[in-house]
Design a protein around this ligand. Structure first.
Ligand code: GRF
Length: 194
């Protein structure tokens, strides 16, 4: 049996990480084994504990050292990485070790509103300032540039005239929660059969 061992990287609340842990709970082939965070008080670490998932809190000097945390990931048998609200740029050592096996979610319709500095409410503010009537989510592979890898999935939602960055963020979160885990699951199935 092919087994996929996932590490989720997250910096914040971790509502997407939680959905992913719930989705794969009880799945013998695909297991969330590790949650990695750059913040020792990130909400995601509590969700990990609730789901008996190991955690790793990283610091900048280790993360940006030559091999980064690749040895820790290898030791834990990680063969797939999901970025779910992870705010640090992933170093090339990890990108090279996990090419085609690392997925990110972005809260807008890439290639619009992506790139360095485009995260959190800034994305929604930019969408509203541009007067777009549609926004959405993008799930994509990670390469060495911010928000640039091959797009795997997009879903849209309408932007209403009265939307604020907060109401738009709520709509986007709902879309993310509906789709992210299922898209990861499908992608992993495809990897197994390719
Ligand atoms: C999500 O909106 C994701 O698209 C972005 O960061 C947010 C993380 O939210 N990259 P959460 O921590 O999963 O609640």
């Amino acid at each position: 049996m092919i087994s996929t061992r996932i590490a989720i990287f997250a910096s914040g609340t971790g509502s997407n990480a939680l959905k992913i842990m719930e989705h794969f709970a009880g799945n013998a082939e695909t297991v969330v084994c590790l949650v990695v965070s750059n913040k020792d008080d990130a909400g995601v670490l509590l969700y990990a504990k609730q789901h008996q998932v190991n955690t790793l809190v990283i610091n900048k000097s280790d993360f940006y050292s030559d091999r980064s945390i690749v040895p820790d990931l290898e030791k834990a048998g990680i063969n797939f990485i999901v970025l779910a609200g992870f705010l640090w740029k992933v170093p090339d050592a990890i990108i090279n070790a996990y090419s085609n096996r690392m997925i990110n979610i972005h809260p807008a319709l890439l290639p619009k509103y992506g790139g360095k500095g485009m995260y959190g409410s800034r994305v929604h503010e930019a969408v509203l300032a541009a007067g777009d009537t549609t926004s959405g989510i993008t799930i994509h592979l990670v390469d060495e540039h911010y928000d640039n890898g091959k797009i795997i999935f997009q879903a849209t939602c309408p932007v209403a005239e009265l939307d604020t960055p907060e109401t738009l963020a709520d709509k986007i979160h709902a879309l993310e929660h509906r789709h992210f885990a299922g898209v990861i699951d499908e992608y992993i199935q495809k990897l197994h059969h390719s």
